[in-house]
Design a protein around this ligand. Structure first.
Ligand code: FAD
Length: 277
């Protein structure tokens, strides 16, 4: 695996049973020896404690853990408190985001965009944290246009990000073009593709609409045709996502970040099919 970066993403479980299950998934995926596990942060800090508990549990079990931290709706002092807690717990890696406003909540908070958060983390904590930021090869759904979105991505990098993880995508060219354009703007940090395995068509379609990831027509049509046949959906999904990962690595992607949905399979199946060790 050498200098490539492989990581897994979890979301904080809501119940004791979910927590037990996640620790089992962590145990299984830790055997693959990823660089770190990241844990999402609910809109407006709604999973603040859950994220903290989960990263602490992962760290106690011997893996590096990276909490996501989003700034929208948070005050500077709330963010500082969280950064302090993470430093005290020995966390040295963060995924820094703007996040999305929870429905019904309107206070924007002290930071408007992720670049403001990255700048603040660097100003207050120096080089303590390795900071990941989000990237959008198919562009962020609220972006005015592709060029502005790229400029805004470059802002986050210049504010002090160490690496980036992309939104998931199924169009290889979108990623390759985005990386090329970013590098053309002087970006030198690794831009790690985010990988979403396919196991359930209706959930994937809902997510993709919300986050602006395109499911290419030929994939959509095949998935639709499988109807309720979840074995066929999973087999087809594994086939095309493994191929995507393989093409990405062959084309120089510096690693892979798996959106695991708190499942061992199919992430492990893709990993093993790729012979990542
Ligand atoms: P930003 O980089 O701030 O961009 C948001 C929008 O504003 C873009 O359209 C951008 O073009 C524009 N913009 C950015 N900077 C400026 C500026 N200075 N001036 C004007 N316009 C600007 N969400 C969660 O709630 N919790 C999570 O844990 C989480 N994890 C994620 C992990 C990854 C790897 C990714 C890709 C996304 C994740 N998200 C998460 C979703 C993310 O919070 C949303 O996509 C959110 O809408 C944007 O966050 P951002 O950090 O990319 O924002």
């Amino acid at each position: 695996m050498s200098d490539r970066h492989f990581s897994f993403e979890f979301f904080p479980p809501k119940t004791d049973r979910g927590r037990e299950k996640l620790l089992g998934v962590h145990r299984e995926l830790a055997e693959l020896n990823p660089e770190f596990f990241s844990v999402t942060f609910g809109a407006g800090g709604s999973t603040r404690d859950g994220t903290l508990d989960t990263v602490t549990a992962i760290q106690e079990r011997g893996s590096a853990a990276a909490p996501h931290i989003s700034c929208i709706g948070s005050s500077k002092s709330e963010i500082d408190q969280l950064l302090n807690t993470y430093q005290e717990r020995g966390i040295n890696r963060l995924v820094a985001l703007r996040g999305d406003m929870p429905s019904g909540q309107y206070a924007a908070g002290d930071f408007a965009y992720a670049n403001d958060l990255v700048e603040h983390i660097r100003t207050t904590t120096g080089d303590h944290f390795h900071i990941e930021v989000a990237a959008y090869p198919e562009f962020h759904p609220q972006a005015k246009n592709a060029e502005d979105d790229l400029t805004n991505f470059v802002r986050k990098v210049n504010a002090g990000a160490n690496s980036a993880i992309t939104q998931y995508f199924y169009n290889l060219d979108a990623y390759l073009r985005f990386v090329e354009a970013a590098q053309g703007r002087g970006v030198e940090i690794p831009i790690i593709p985010g990988i979403m395995p396919i196991t359930n068509y209706s959930k994937l379609a809902r997510f993709s609409d919300a986050c602006g990831a395109e499911i290419p027509r030929w994939i959509r049509k095949r998935l639709e045709a499988y109807g309720d046949d979840s074995d066929s959906i999973k087999a087809f999904g594994q086939d095309i996502v493994t191929q995507l990962c393989s093409d990405l690595l062959d084309n120089g992607a510096p690693g892979l970040h798996f959106y695991t949905m708190n499942q061992t399979e199919p992430n492990r199946a893709i990993w093993q099919a790729l012979n990542l060790g």
